[in-house]
Design a protein around this ligand. Structure first.
Ligand code: GLU
Length: 326
């Protein structure tokens, strides 16, 4: 064999070995992690970007390179973390609880007992937005209309189903329920293809800005008959949509609804030092982290330990104990 061919083969071989072992550069080990988020116009996607920014800055110290992936949302993220396809994912607190306890979407597959909590992030409100010309003023008016309740991998689809239950509406027979991804909802509403959509999301966000800024006028619909839901499920809390964030929406006052929290989840199989590094960088630089998205304005270190129902990953716990937070 010619010398040049042998050299090329050797180069290819050493390159593939480097990737398989996580690689090394100047002796330091490299770890690649991916954070699953949601649609690009939601808050999860920029949140994943903010978390990865914090840890990637310290690449020289930790050797961790985090990247962000746009996904179908909470349910997709839990399942991808459990399958080992993602190391981290942003997950609604209600979905974290259900997955760990094997209820709702995990009733058939059972308890996801390797799911681990890292920290919680911004509050999310179950947001229902309708076109002014759709005739939907109250939740009951959804009957007979075309409504996007969300793709099966989303977190909000389950919240929409719970709201229908609270109002005694059967989405299969009383209306036309669509299963579109969140990033498509605003355009579909503006194009007149749907009358309303659900999105459990932090505010402000790009999707609702897009939905409220088009030629078709829109407004938020209250979801306020939820006492039965709040009594039945401890992960739900009263919430509201802050209308000042959306000056083009037709509402004049904040709109009552219920809500959850966004949380960062991982697997028990992800190494402690990786989870420790990410937790530490976000907590030690919280002011900088908060400046990366307006939905983070309300965050405090203490509030970021609330709403976690899966066991806290030992890597995160190590940081919380060192910082006197646990
Ligand atoms: N809460 C939504 C979900 O779990 C995603 C919201 C967002 O992307 O900000 O599917």
């Amino acid at each position: 064999m010619k010398k040049s061919i042998i050299l090329t083969l050797l180069a290819v071989l050493s390159l593939s070995l480097a990737f398989a072992s996580g690689g090394s550069e100047g002796g330091a080990s490299r770890t690649f992690v991916t954070i699953g988020t949601g649609g690009v116009t939601g808050v999860y996607y920029p949140t994943g970007g903010a978390i990865s920014k914090m840890v990637n800055k310290k690449y020289d110290e930790y050797g961790i390179k985090a990247t962000v992936e746009s996904t179908g949302g909470s349910v997709f993220n839990v399942n991808a973390i459990m399958a080992g396809d993602l190391e981290f994912g942003i997950v609604q607190s209600d979905r974290q609880y259900q997955a760990y306890n094997g209820t709702a979407d995990w009733e058939a597959t059972g308890k996801q007992d390797k799911l681990r909590a890292v920290f919680s992030i911004h509050p999310e409100s179950v947001t229902l937005i309708a076109a002014d010309d759709s005739g939907i003023e109250t939740f009951e008016d959804l009957k007979g209309r075309v409504v996007n309740i969300g793709n099966p991998g989303s977190g909000h689809r389950g919240n929409a189903m719970d709201a229908f239950e609270a109002y005694g509406i059967n989405p299969e027979t009383d209306l036309t329920a669509e299963g579109l991804k969140a990033a498509e909802s605003a355009k579909m509403l503006q194009d007149g293809r749907i009358d309303a959509f659900f999105y459990t999301v932090g505010h402000p966000n790009g999707s609702i800005k897009e939905a409220t800024s088009g030629a078709r006028k829109t407004h938020f619909v209250p979801i306020d008959k939820v006492d039965s839901l709040l009594a039945k499920y401890s992960y739900y809390a009263p919430s509201f949509v802050p209308v000042s964030e959306y000056p083009n929406a037709s509402n004049t006052d904040n709109v009552p609804t219920f809500g959850v929290k966004a949380t960062l989840c991982t697997s028990a199989d992800v190494p402690d030092e990786v989870v420790y590094a990410i937790t530490k960088e976000v907590f030690e630089n919280l002011d900088e982290f908060k400046s990366l998205h307006p939905a983070f304005a309300v965050l405090t270190k203490e509030s970021m330990l609330e709403g976690l129902s899966a066991p806290i990953h030992p890597g995160a716990l190590k940081y919380y104990e060192e910082a006197g937070l646990k």
